[in-house]
Design a protein around this ligand. Sequence first.
Ligand SMILES: Nc1nc2c(c(=O)[nH]1)N[C@H]1C(S)=C(S)[C@@H](COP(=O)(O)OP(=O)(O)OC[C@H]3O[C@@H](n4cnc5c(=O)[nH]c(N)nc54)[C@H](O)[C@@H]3O)O[C@H]1N2
Ligand SMILES: Nc1nc2c(c(=O)[nH]1)N[C@H]1C(S)=C(S)[C@@H](COP(=O)(O)OP(=O)(O)OC[C@H]3O[C@@H](n4cnc5c(=O)[nH]c(N)nc54)[C@H](O)[C@@H]3O)O[C@H]1N2
Ligand code: SF4
Ligand SMILES: [Mo]
Length: 758
Amino acid sequence: MSDETTEWHPSACILCECNCGIEVRLAADGRRFERVRGDKAHPASKGYTCEKALRLDHYQNGPHRLDTPMRRRPDGTYEPVDWDTAIAGVAEGLAKVRDTHGGETIFYYGGGGQGNHLSGAYSGATRAALGSKYRSNALAQEKTGEMWVNRQLLGADTKGDYENAEVTVWVGKNPYQSHSIPHARNTLKEIARDPAKSMVVIDPRTTETAELADFHLALRPGTDAWCLAALAAVMVQEGLCNRTWMDEHVTGSEGIEGVLQDVDIDAYAAICDLDADLVRRAARRIAGASSVAVYEDLGTQMGLNSTLCSYLDRLLWVLTGNFANHGGHYVPTSLVNLAGGGSGGSGGSGGGEKVTPVAGVRIINGLVPCNVIAEEILTDHPDRYRAMIVESSNPAHSLADSVRMRQALDALEFVVVIDVAMTETALLADYVLPASSQFEKYEATFFNFEFPANYFHLRRPFIEPLPGTLPEPEIHSRIVEALGVLDGVDLTPLAEAAEHGRGEFGSAFLGFMGEHPDLAALTPVILYRTLGPTLPEGAATAALLWGATNMAAMKIGPSMNRAGHVGEGLELGEALFSAILANPSGVVFSVDEPEENWSRVRTIDGRINLDNQLMVEMAAGLTTAETPGSDPDYPFVLSAGERRSFTANTIFRSPEWRKRDRDGALRISEADAHTLGLADGDRARVITERGNAEVLVEISPMMRQGHISLPNGYGITQTAGEAQVGVAPNELTSSEHRDPIAGTPYHKHVPARLEPVS
Ligand SMILES: Nc1nc2c(c(=O)[nH]1)N[C@H]1C(S)=C(S)[C@@H](COP(=O)(O)OP(=O)(O)OC[C@H]3O[C@@H](n4cnc5c(=O)[nH]c(N)nc54)[C@H](O)[C@@H]3O)O[C@H]1N2
Ligand SMILES: Nc1nc2c(c(=O)[nH]1)N[C@H]1C(S)=C(S)[C@@H](COP(=O)(O)OP(=O)(O)OC[C@H]3O[C@@H](n4cnc5c(=O)[nH]c(N)nc54)[C@H](O)[C@@H]3O)O[C@H]1N2
Ligand code: SF4
Ligand SMILES: [Mo]
């Protein structure tokens, strides 16, 4: 059959947060992926994919798929049960914990991996029905430090315009492998080719991205704070800051500028093991550019001084006036707030910053730091978490110190996991509820932060749900109903109004909410049950977006108009909602003007506020702070979780999906391998304070001396008969090893030693 006569189904890749548009052609059985290609109609990815998307059949049809709810027996084994039994059992188990210890002891983890985000939006209703207060997800082991700094400086989250910037700076980020920006490899290659543009990469490894860089600052692992301070210090000391712009837009820069004025740039470069001249040249290039965009990722977000680094790398674009300009930084629009969304959000007592109930650590954007979750459970503190709902996440594998995390899950009175597979976490749950895959249900892409045009992608299902599975909105609706919170509430008038059209539904809904303000947090389920059934092509799940588009019309109406959606208020909300339903490859929902960014800055004076006492003190402390040294017992720095060509968190469970690097080799420099008497392909034992594992050795020119690196996403527990392959990185990490402000882990800086295995 030719391509023209076969049906290609538009959808999205779910292996990283780019969620590139794809088209899938199915085999004759209607289930197997015969071919996958990039979707040219997708507004952001425009036909681009990387090699991983072509392997998605391993997710959809792998041997790990669950096709029935499972219940744990007293002996720890699992038995299949029907859905009615499972829902009743889950509602009963959670209600018991709520009635005994209070709903706030029911912890929620997850709500969206790299692609399944509608589940998170619906879970808010279940949490509200239970009075659950504390929650977290993967963002609280990477992005919360950056969020905290952004909130202090701007009161809003920011992104950079990497495609258009004259200078891009990549701090602990390897987009060639990890992507995170649209068509990453093409963009990087274009930047490298363009003589007018420059790329600065701060990474101890000579990554694929660093290979394309004009300035590669191959620093000693863990010394980023000194490197970033030195870069900013060059700008201050050489008078390279954009004074006119700063006078108009920046408040409180005196403190940090005073600190930077005193920095001994040569000494700081020496701490980083960098040539001071290279640091100076890079700083001058950044300061001299017409536009600069900085991207920080796990290399610093999971490294030493990570929150301080977030503050310091923002200086590179704030001191140079790169906000609200073409090619600089901006505040993206969003249809649904990812981190702080849903009900409740944060807990703790009032006044000041919210903290966790047991360890008393800072909650950022409503998220409990992942590294303290086990600590909040493994205690006899009366307010400890007693139950957990885990959804589309795998904390027993992905969070620091898996041994302790397993103990914590074990210590809970009740755990329910909603997943497509029997994960490491599911193997510790009382009930496991099987979700339909992301190709079997409506799903949406929420990780779109582009500028000036931003898009939204509602993905249609194109495969029948695997029998025995349900989409999350249905699962949550059933749990909410089983908890009895909608008993006696008559939804029929709403459902009838919806049948007469969304205009009529709109007024009926407003009236209903006026009468039942206490049910506001259950809105997703109410919309799903009333408006949902009237939506075309079984798009009931999209009901929630009707609320979101109407809210967006109030907040970002002019941006939506510029994207071609007509009207204002409810009419505009409806226009966008219809466009989302009608465009299976995604739609542009907002187009911004650069100036608009200032209206999204939420500081008291509307300016960027650099006056943060804690950050300034920490920056000043670098002069005397202990620099990352080396412990004779653990002479290496292990980077635990490198993104490679064939890693994708734990979304693929079968090792069969990998074409290369089957074992997830440990990368080491030639010099270190030589000293240890190791050759390529040898086996060695990596030992940390928390654990040890046997690894395959790969001598790699990417590595600096003293630095070793293991990939993420390996060491998956196999329940379908295959052998476990590679190292689960968090068997080696420790949960105490974390940032003092955000609580984010130091996964890129695990002290380790290596011994040959004969
Ligand atoms: N192929 C693939 N792509 C992915 C994913 C995947 O699993 N596989 N996962 C997605 C997810 S969830 C995320 S969060 C992103 C993460 O994307 P990245 O942050 O780009 O990924 P990493 O490879 O974990 O880390 C980036 C770099 O940090 C460097 N690094 C290590 N130590 C230090 C240090 O001390 N200082 C500095 N400056 N750098 C250091 C490493 O050498 C590495 O090159 O990737 C996304 N994309
Ligand atoms: N040591 C170390 N640890 C790390 C990292 C590291 O670099 N080093 N990286 C960290 C980072 S950045 C991240 S983002 C986390 C990721 O870790 P997690 O957030 O725990 O998530 P994933 O591994 O992405 O797993 C996603 C889960 O969703 C399930 N799933 C897939 N589709 C669906 C669906 O449609 N519905 C439901 N309900 N479930 C579905 C998959 O089966 C899988 O179990 O790992 C972190 N852990
Ligand atoms: S860049 Fe990310 S979303 Fe795009 S095809 Fe690759 S893994 Fe999938
Ligand atoms: Mo991540």
